[in-house]
Design a protein around this ligand. Structure first.
Ligand SMILES: Nc1ncnc2c1ncn2[C@@H]1O[C@H](COP(=O)(O)OP(=O)(O)OP(=O)(O)O)[C@@H](O)[C@H]1O
Ligand SMILES: [Mg+2]
Length: 271
């Protein structure tokens, strides 16, 4: 194994500053509280699963972090300092990258062209430096997904999992430290889902923090170090996956019931 600093989230929770902390975030559309005083955080090398039913507010909360929406109230801290994020460019400056379900790849060109889309490398004659872009892409992909060999193919010919690797490579190549993946495996088969799981392990080992969003607990429970459950825009609770069972997390998602192993949020059912 290479000498990657494997970061232990337990240790971090006691000592380090979170990569991101979202505090008391609210946003309404019309009269609807899409997100209501939601708080969550993320440490280096940690995967936090953001769970909840359709319409719970997961995507909206994460769009506030990625700068797609501006919150009505609440604060965002990056590395312990308050961050101004009111558009997607701000988020990128803070090292926050989002991979949407659609992946937003350019289908007719290869992996390297996708990695460098809009930030192409040029030769000193001002022409596209395809050789340099491919060499750099091979380096990134080798680290992320050593099985990937289809550097010459347009990405539309790749499998869902391979396309996902290209999208992740593009995000991390430009120094993302905080990766948001919204329903990353929703459109994938079991084998491709497994491949995305392996990518996530690699990113963790590199110290990248990941918010993994899903309405399906099975997609995230095994990959996540912690889960944060939302219901009706509010956080029901947060828990280490080692402290709760899948059934208990289902109870959080469906009933808003916070089990003993979880820390209740403002959306927890009062008994
Ligand atoms: N731009 C918008 N305008 C009006 N209402 C919105 C907007 N975006 C989200 N909402 C509402 O906010 C609530 C939360 O939606 P959100 O998309 O965040 O849910 P979600 O947890 O991501 O659900 P899913 O699992 O279906 O993706 C919903 O009631 C939704 O209708
Ligand atoms: Mg969503």
């Amino acid at each position: 194994m290479e000498n990657h600093a494997q970061i232990n989230p337990d240790q971090n929770a006691a000592q380090a500053v979170p990569l991101v902390e979202m505090k008391d975030i609210s946003i309404s559309f019309g009269g609807i509280h899409a997100v209501d005083k939601a708080s969550c955080d993320l440490y280096p090398g940690e995967v936090v699963g953001l769970l909840g039913h359709n319409g719970a507010g997961k995507s909206t909360l994460i769009k506030i972090l990625s700068g797609a929406y501006t919150r009505d109230s609440g604060a965002i801290y990056v590395d312990g300092k308050e961050a101004t994020i009111t558009n997607p460019r701000h988020a990128k400056e803070y090292g926050i990258e989002t991979i949407y379900q659609t992946l937003a790849l350019a289908d007719n060109v290869d992996a390297a062209a996708n990695l460098y889309l809009g930030r192409e490398l040029l030769t000193r004659w001002g022409t596209l430096d395809d050789a340099a872009m491919e060499a750099e892409t091979r380096k990134v992909m080798n680290r992320l997904n050593p099985n990937f060999t289809r550097f010459k193919d347009p990405v539309k010919q790749l499998s869902g999992g391979q396309r996902q690797s290209v999208a992740i490579a593009r995000a991390i190549h430009f120094n993302a430290r905080i990766l948001i993946m919204d329903e990353p495996t929703a459109a994938l088969g079991p084998q491709e889902t497994e491949q995305v799981g392996q990518l996530i392990h690699q990113l963790k080992a590199d110290g990248i923090g990941i918010f993994l969003i899903s309405h399906d607990i099975h997609d995230v429970f095994d990959l996540a170090d912690r889960v944060v459950v939302m219901k009706n825009g509010a956080v029901v609770g947060a828990a280490r996956t080692s402290d709760v069972s899948k059934d208990e997390v289902l109870g959080m998602i469906i009933l808003g019931k916070c089990p003993p192993g979880a820390t209740p949020g403002p959306g927890a059912l009062q008994e």
